[in-house]
Design a protein. Structure first.
Length: 317
């Protein structure tokens, strides 16, 4: 029979005796609010004590708190240090986390070779995120020899665990035929599975497909639904395209005010086409108070971001 979970009193007593395992368990409870009021400060104290005693899980969890400023000030360098201590003990989440920070250049200089090393250790243990990210390195030849077949294998392994990034990547590979025989039906299935699991990029892709009839029957209401779902997750392209639908009244009741709001949201995410479109609305006073000076400023910004329409607009003035 499985042993009973220790009570809070038992954990507190063990913590007082310097039991690192108990400190980790109780620290996680305070971190998650599991049976106790959530208290990040208390969690940080317990987890750091456990981490200093060498508990690998505590080292990773405390490193994560340092990385994202949970209960402690943000300190990426400290996060790297704790991740490394945990990863060197074989803790898979720490191996993935260390790989990610080396990959993205968080707390350290970008080092794709080092990222690949840690991703591989975690991927071999079945970590879906590590499998997908290592697949990205192989697909692009970053830090490893370029090998699209190995990338495909890793994406498959990750997708089989439901990783949405891997599902999206497989959809894109089959859509373009990059490394495999092009198959739009298979691509669509991967995009649909990723969208069901909440992937904003796949939702956007499907929205465009249902709008244009690319591989599917044209279904503008469904396109609007997919784009709206993607937009709610902060996808700038979906916000912009949805804005154009409301501007033109395509599949929705025309609303210049809604179009302006959507363009503005996408502009905050640095979508150059949305910035240009919002600038035009300010100049024309459509859906928003007319402000030609602000409109021109936005169009200049879009031009600086390389938007060809904005560049042509300014050249014609």
């Amino acid at each position: 029979m499985p042993s009973e979970e220790p009570t809070l009193l038992e954990l507190e007593a063990r913590c007082e005796r310097g039991d690192a395992e108990a400190q980790y368990i109780l620290g996680k409870k305070y971190y998650e609010g599991d049976g106790v009021p959530q208290d990040y400060d208390r969690a940080a104290d317990l987890l750091r004590t456990s981490a200093e005693a060498g508990d690998a899980a505590a080292q990773y969890t405390y490193g994560y708190m340092c990385c994202y400023g949970i209960g402690v000030p943000v300190d990426k360098i400290a996060a790297i240090r704790w991740y490394r201590k945990s990863a060197n003990q074989g803790y898979v989440e720490a191996q993935y986390g260390l790989g990610y920070m080396c990959d993205m250049g968080e707390g350290v200089k970008v080092n794709k070779m080092e990222a690949a090393k840690w991703y591989l250790l975690a991927a071999d243990k079945g970590h879906a995120g590590a499998q997908c990210n290592l697949g990205n390195l192989y697909f692009n030849g970053y830090g490893v020899r370029r090998d699209k077949q190995e990338a495909f294998r890793l994406y498959r392994a990750s997708a089989n665990q439901g990783n949405v990034d891997a599902l999206f990547n497989l959809g894109r590979i089959y859509e373009t035929g990059d490394g495999v025989e092009q198959d739009d039906e298979v691509a669509l299935r991967f995009y649909q599975e990723a969208a069901v699991r909440g992937d904003a990029h796949s939702m956007f892709n499907l929205g465009v497909r249902y709008m244009t009839g690319n591989g599917v029957r044209v279904d503008v209401p469904l396109a609007e639904k997919m784009l709206a779902a993607s937009a709610r997750k902060g996808n700038d392209e979906a916000l912009y395209l949805l804005g154009t639908m409301y501007y033109s009244g395509t599949g929705v009741e025309r609303s210049l005010e809604t179009a302006a709001k959507l363009f503005e949201k996408a502009s905050f995410l640095w979508n150059d086409q949305a910035i240009y479109s919002l600038g035009l609305l300010y100049i024309k006073g459509e859906g928003i108070a007319k402000d030609e000076r602000r409109g021109i400023g936005l169009i200049k910004l879009a031009a600086e971001l390389g938007n060809e329409e904005a560049i042509s607009f300014l050249a014609a003035r």
